[in-house]
Design a protein around this ligand. Structure first.
Ligand SMILES: [Zn+2]
Ligand SMILES: [Zn+2]
Length: 651
C-alpha cells in the first residue's frame, strides 16, 4: 500500500513510500524511512501528493511506538498554509530531536494536586470564572482583561484546576522565558506540584522527558514560551495566552509566526477554549471582542484594592545643565524619599549598553557596524562597541584620521550602564543592579538576582523592557522612566500601541502591595501626544481612537499585510529580484503591492535588503494563491526570500 510520509525538512509535501510489512499505518504514525543515502524519521501524512513523475517506491523501515494525533497534523497543515512555511519545517518544530523516539525516559506524573488551594477568589474573580465557564468547553476565545495586579492569574489557575480534574492537559503560554521561573513558583504554591517548563533554553535531556510524557498524556500542565505551541499534546483541554498583547509572541527569525494567533488556531482545531489574559488587549483582540468574535470578561479593581501609582512629569528642559547627565535633580529628590524608607526604586530605560553613539572628538568618526547599516553601542562591561543586530564587537582603540594617536571617543545618549554609573556616584551606599538581557545569561544568577530583589536586598534597579513583563516585586514603589520621549522610535506602525501597553505594564510593577506608589516620566517633550495618552490611562479610549485611525489608513486588523524581504550580497540584485516578485504578485486580484524599497536597515550581516509589502482584505486567505505563485517562480539561488505574514517589525 502507498503511504504519504512527511519528512521534517524543507519540503512542503509528503513523499510516497510503500507500507511494506506494516499494515496498521495511520496518519500520525511515526516511521523510519530510507531517504537518499540516509534514514530519516517521518510522519504518515493525511494526504498523498499528486505527481506524474514515476519513482521507484521504497518501503517503510520501522514503525515507532509513539504517534502524533490527527489534530496536530491538521494544525501543521493550517500553520504552513497561513504562514507560507514549508510543512516539513513546521513538523520539525513538533518532533524536536531524534532521540525523542528512542526508549522511554523517566516517567512523570504531575497529576496529583497535593496541597489544598489556600487562595480564595474574591467576588470579582468568581464572577470572571463563572463567565468563562459559561462560555462552555468547546472552542471559544475569551479575553480576560484586568489592570495589572488584579489577580487574573488566579482566575485562570482555577480554570486549569477544573481542566486537570477532567484528566485533560493545559498549556500556558508566556511571552518571555525569563518569566517562567517566577511563574513556576506561583504554580507550585497553588497546585502543589511543579508544572513542566518548556522553552528553547532547557536542556536536551529535559526536553526529551517532557516531550515523551506529553505525547502519552502523563504531563498535564505545561508552561512555556512560543515553541511549546508545537508540543504533541494527546488530550489538550485548555490554552491560556498570558500578556496576549506582547509582541514577543511574534517570532521574527526562521519560521515566522505569531504564537498568540497560532494558539487560537490550535484551540480551534482541538475544539477547546482559549483564554487571552492582559491588562490592555492588542488592537486585534479588542476588535474581535467588539465584533463579538471573542467573549470577554473583566476584573475592574486591583487585588486588595491598592491604587495605581500616581504620576509626575519631570521636564528635562528646566534643570538640565550638563549634557551628559541623564538623571534630573527633581527626579533624584523624589526617588530618595522612597530609598530612605527602604523601598525600591526602578530606573527604566529601554536601551542596552552604556551609550548608543560613539563619535571621535578629533576626526568626527562615528563608530558603525562593518556588516550592518547601524551604529555601534558602547558596552562598558565589555569595554567594546557592539552591534545589536549581528553581535559584531569592535575595539574602541581606532587609529584616528586626524592625529597620530587613537580616536578619542565621546559617548552620546544614555544606556542602562550609563544610568547605573550615574546612580553609583549619587547613591554610593546603595545596592544597585542592572536587569537587562546582557546581564541575565546564566539561569542561576538570574534566579538569585530575582530572589534578592524580592527580599529587598537590592535598593535600586536599572532595567530594560524585560522588567515590565509580569515580574512581581513587593517592595518596588517608585519607577523612573529615564527617557519618556517617543518620537522617532523604531519602524513600526504599532509603536504607539506598544508604548501604551509597555508603560501600562511597567506602572503595574509598582505598588503591588502598597498604597503610595509613584511613576516619574523624564522628558524633553512634556506635551507629547503619546505621553499624554499614557498618563490619561484610559485604554478603551485609546484603543477606540487607534482603531479609527487604522481603519482610515487601511492598516491591520482592517487589512492583511504580508512582507517579502529579499536579501542578497549584491544591492542591485536584491532590488531586481524584488521587482520580479512584485510583477508576479500583481497577477493576483484585489491586492496592492507596495515597494520595492530598501529596508530602513538596508544592510544586516552583509546582506542588502529590499522589501515589498502586500496588502489584501483581512477576510480573504490570499496565502494559498501566493504560495502557488512563489512555487512557480524561478527565484535566483543568490538571493534569500523571507515571507512574513502579519509582520510587526518593518526594519
Ligand atoms: Zn552588525
Ligand atoms: Zn578620530
Amino acid at each position: 500500500m502507498k503511504v504519504p510520509v512527511l519528512i521534517p525538512r524543507i519540503f512542503d509535501y509528503p513523499h510516497t513510500y510503500l507500507s511494506g510489512k506494516f499494515d496498521k499505518l495511520k496518519p500520525g504514525s511515526i516511521v523510519l524511512v530510507p531517504f537518499g543515502r540516509k534514514k530519516e524519521i517521518g510522519v504518515i501524512w493525511d494526504k498523498q501528493e499528486k505527481t506524474n513523475k514515476i519513482f521507484k517506491l521504497k518501503n517503510v523501515l520501522e514503525k515507532k511506538s509513539i504517534s502524533l494525533n490527527e489534530n496536530l497534523i491538521k494544525f501543521i497543515n493550517w500553520f504552513s498554509l497561513y504562514n507560507l512555511a514549508p510543512k516539513g519545517m513546521v513538523l520539525k518544530m513538533c518532533l524536536g530531536d531524534e532521540s525523542f523516539f528512542s526508549k522511554n525516559s523517566n516517567f512523570i506524573d504531575d497529576t496529583k494536586i497535593k496541597k489544598k488551594n489556600k487562595f480564595n477568589l474574591n467576588p470579582e474573580q468568581k464572577r470572571c470564572l463563572d463567565d468563562i465557564n459559561g462560555f462552555g468547553n468547546k472552542f471559544n476565545v475569551t479575553l480576560l482583561q484586568g489592570v495589572t495586579g488584579s489577580g487574573k492569574t488566579i482566575v485562570y489557575f482555577e480554570k486549569i484546576k477544573q481542566n486537570l480534574m477532567q484528566g485533560k492537559q493545559s498549556l500556558v503560554l508566556l511571552p518571555e522565558i525569563f518569566l517562567t521561573n517566577q511563574f513556576e513558583q506561583r504554580f507550585e504554591d497553588y497546585f502543589g506540584f511543579k508544572p513542566s517548563i518548556w522553552h528553547s533554553k532547557i536542556t536536551k535531556k529535559n526536553k526529551k522527558i517532557i516531550w515523551q510524557n506529553i505525547v502519552n498524556n502523563k504531563i498535564k500542565l505545561v508552561v512555556g514560551a512560543r515553541s511549546s505551541l508545537f508540543l504533541p499534546f494527546k488530550k489538550l483541554g485548555l490554552i491560556v495566552v498570558d500578556e496576549e498583547h506582547d509582541s514577543s509572541y511574534k517570532q521574527d527569525e526562521g519560521l515566522r509566526y505569531n504564537a498568540r494567533d497560532m494558539a487560537i488556531s490550535r484551540a480551534s482545531i482541538e475544539d477547546i477554549p482559549i483564554i487571552l489574559a492582559t491588562s490592555i488587549p492588542s488592537l486585534e483582540t479588542y476588535n474581535n471582542v467588539k465584533n463579538k468574535k471573542y467573549n470577554s470578561t473583566k476584573l475592574k479593581k486591583r487585588y486588595k484594592n491598592f491604587l495605581l501609582p500616581s504620576t509626575e512629569i519631570v521636564n528635562l528642559n528646566l534643570n538640565k545643565k550638563n549634557k551628559n547627565i541623564w538623571l534630573d535633580i527633581k527626579t533624584l529628590n523624589l526617588a530618595r524619599k522612597y530609598l530612605d524608607s527602604k523601598q525600591q526604586v526602578l530606573f527604566f530605560l529601554n536601551r542596552r549598553g552604556y551609550a548608543p553613539f560613539l563619535i571621535c572628538k578629533k576626526c568626527g568618526l562615528k563608530l558603525a557596524c562593518p556588516n550592518c547599516s547601524v551604529f555601534l553601542t558602547f558596552h562598558k562591561q565589555l569595554n567594546k562597541a557592539m552591534c545589536h543586530h549581528c553581535g559584531h564587537k569592535s575595539s574602541i582603540k581606532q587609529k584616528c584620521q586626524k592625529t597620530d594617536f587613537n580616536c578619542e571617543f565621546q559617548m552620546y545618549g544614555p544606556g542602562v550602564e550609563k544610568i547605573f554609573a550615574e546612580l553609583r556616584q549619587i547613591f554610593p551606599d546603595k545596592t544597585i543592579k542592572i536587569l537587562s538581557s546582557d546581564f541575565l545569561n546564566k539561569k542561576k544568577e538570574t534566579i538569585n538576582l530575582l530572589k534578592d530583589i524580592e527580599n529587598n536586598k537590592v535598593n535600586i534597579l536599572v532595567g530594560t523592557q524585560l522588567i515590565s513583563k509580569g515580574f512581581n516585586f513587593p517592595n518596588l514603589n517608585c519607577i523612573v522612566v529615564v527617557d519618556a520621549d517617543f518620537s522617532g522610535m523604531g519602524f513600526d506602525l504599532r509603536s504607539t500601541e506598544k508604548n501604551i501597553q509597555l508603560y501600562n505594564q511597567l506602572s503595574g510593577r509598582a505598588g503591588r502591595f502598597s498604597k503610595k506608589s509613584l511613576i516619574i516620566y523624564q522628558t524633553f517633550n512634556p506635551s507629547d501626544k503619546t505621553l499624554s495618552d499614557i498618563l490619561e490611562n484610559n485604554p478603551e479610549k485609546f484603543l477606540e481612537e487607534e482603531s479609527c485611525l487604522r481603519k482610515e489608513k487601511k492598516l491591520p486588523p482592517f487589512s492583511r499585510l504580508i512582507a517579502f524581504i529579499v536579501e542578497s550580497n549584491n544591492e542591485k540584485e536584491s532590488f531586481l529580484e524584488a521587482q520580479k516578485i512584485k510583477k508576479n504578485l500583481l497577477l493576483l486580484k484585489d491586492i496592492e503591492v507596495m515597494g520595492p524599497v530598501t529596508s530602513p536597515i538596508f544592510k544586516i550581516k552583509n546582506k542588502y535588503r529590499t522589501r515589498l509589502l502586500l496588502r489584501s482584505q483581512s477576510n480573504v486567505l490570499v496565502q494559498k494563491k501566493i504560495s502557488r505563485i512563489l512555487k512557480n517562480l524561478n527565484i535566483s539561488k543568490k538571493i534569500k526570500l523571507t515571507v512574513d505574514v502579519d509582520p510587526l517589525n518593518f526594519s
